[in-house]
Write a protein that binds this ligand. Structure first.
Ligand code: PMP
Length: 409
């Protein structure tokens, strides 16, 4: 549409309702596009593999949460296709009413076994699992303590609950204790990411468990980035620390290692039963379609049977992190396959991103509010299916761009 037609349309348009004025005033995205540093919604035209085609160009994907590389695994794809053949494309209703299929129940049984919990419940997404669990469990009189760097869905779950929300400094047990000590006998609930999704560090679960025990608080771990990645058998952060019995609720997503979409909660049977009947994000939303349920089931089987994928993932993660550090980059507190490169300034991150992108490396700029103000970073994440050649190329491009941007000498 030409500018003249647009201008004419705007002139003849009825006045905008006040509610939309903020949309008219929102120019940031357009400004970034004009400056050539808009990093969002770029079109990937191929599967989430180490090499992708993006905006028509081949690139190395360093931004995917497909940690084990299972989104293109033939068994996972076949399982999804078979499920569509048998059950069709959707459930057309909530789990609560018509939308519970036999494969939902099979996945719940497999997940509860895998996560060493009595029961599990499948959600349409991980985001909804957090919204549903927190808003259903936390009442007006309850105190919920959350790490300041937890995922947005935990913050939103807290907003939907009527509880007293208290944030503690990132992984700071003294600050968490201050909150739990001050909760004056009210029921306490600690909710924490197992692996922090932008920083790539791991929650101090032993410290948290100790405090929860001392102050009688419940504990929920969002293990979106831990399942399939941490622990000897890939059961996540609780397994990594040998604390599976101490975590009351494990939340998981299938949008990362499990190679599809969907979420879950695993806990004692009475807790799951309560959530099945009180979590509004479950009850009032359509159930997860057959294809992702079957894909998650197949991915879970592969996680159990092919531990070498997890080993390859860790070899890659350590190689990349050591490579960055060797070049002089600041990778912060990363200790997992999530490896950030700290930049600080937002504009600088966007120009760094652009130069990486132009040289064929697809990494993600992460700005406020996903990280605290002034702590902008480039997030990279490894897959088991990256080769050393991919990672060497990425390190090479980062070295060139890092020098140009003054991030390293
Ligand atoms: N928790 C964390 C820590 C996450 O990183 C994400 C996804 N980015 C979610 C929850 C939400 O999961 P989903 O993608 O399944 O909605």
């Amino acid at each position: 549409m030409t500018n003249r037609i647009l201008a004419e349309q705007q002139e003849t348009r009825r006045p905008r309702a006040a509610i939309f004025q903020k949309c008219q005033k929102f120019t940031r995205a357009r400004e970034l596009i004009e400056a050539g540093i808009y990093p969002y919604f770029h079109t990937v035209e191929s599967a989430q593999e180490p090499e992708v085609v993006c905006d028509g160009r081949p690139m190395i994907m360093m931004s995917s949460n497909n940690y084990l590389g299972l989104t293109s695994h033939p068994k996972v794809k076949e399982a999804a296709i078979d499920a569509v053949r048998r059950y069709g494309t959707g459930c057309a209703g909530s789990r609560f009413l018509n939308g519970t299929l036999s494969i939902h129940e099979e996945l719940e049984q497999q997940l509860s076994q895998f996560l060493h919990k009595e029961a599990a419940i499948v959600f349409p997404t991980g985001f909804q699992a957090n919204l549903g669990a927190i808003s259903a469990l936390v009442g007006k009189q309850d105190v919920i303590a959350i790490d300041k760097l937890n995922h947005a869905s935990i913050f939103d779950g807290c907003r939907l609950s009527f509880g007293q929300i208290r944030k503690y400094k990132h992984n700071d047990m003294t600050d968490l204790e201050r909150i739990l000590r001050g909760s004056d006998g009210r029921a306490g609930f600690v909710v924490v990411d197992g692996v922090f999704s932008m920083e790539g560090d791991v929650a101090d679960l032993p410290g948290i468990v100790e405090l929860c025990r001392r102050y009688g608080a419940g504990l929920m771990v969002d293990d979106a980035h831990g399942i399939g990645v941490l622990g000897r058998d890939g059961r996540g952060t609780a397994e990594h620390f040998g604390l599976e019995d101490e975590v009351d609720v494990i939340m998981g997503t299938y949008s990362k290692s499990l190679a599809t979409i969907g979420g879950c909660l695993a806990a004692d049977a009475d807790v799951i039963d309560y959530l099945k009947h009180h979590a509004r994000a479950l009850i009032f939303s359509a159930s997860l379609p057959p294809a992702p349920v079957a894909a998650a089931l197949a991915a879970l089987r592969i996680i159990e049977n092919e531990p070498e994928r997890r080993e390859r993932l860790w070899r890659n993660a350590n190689y990349l992190r050591d490579g960055f550090r060797g070049l002089g980059f600041d990778t912060g507190v990363s200790e997992t396959p999530v490896v950030p490169v700290m930049v600080g300034d937002e504009e600088k991150v966007l120009y760094t991103w652009r130069r990486l992108f132009d040289r064929g490396v697809f990494a993600s700029p992460v700005l406020y509010p996903a990280v605290p103000p002034g702590m902008a970073l480039i997030r990279t994440s490894c897959m088991a299916t990256h080769t050393v050649e991919h990672l060497d190329l990425v390190l090479d491009v980062f070295a060139q761009v890092g020098r140009e941007m003054g991030l390293i000498n």
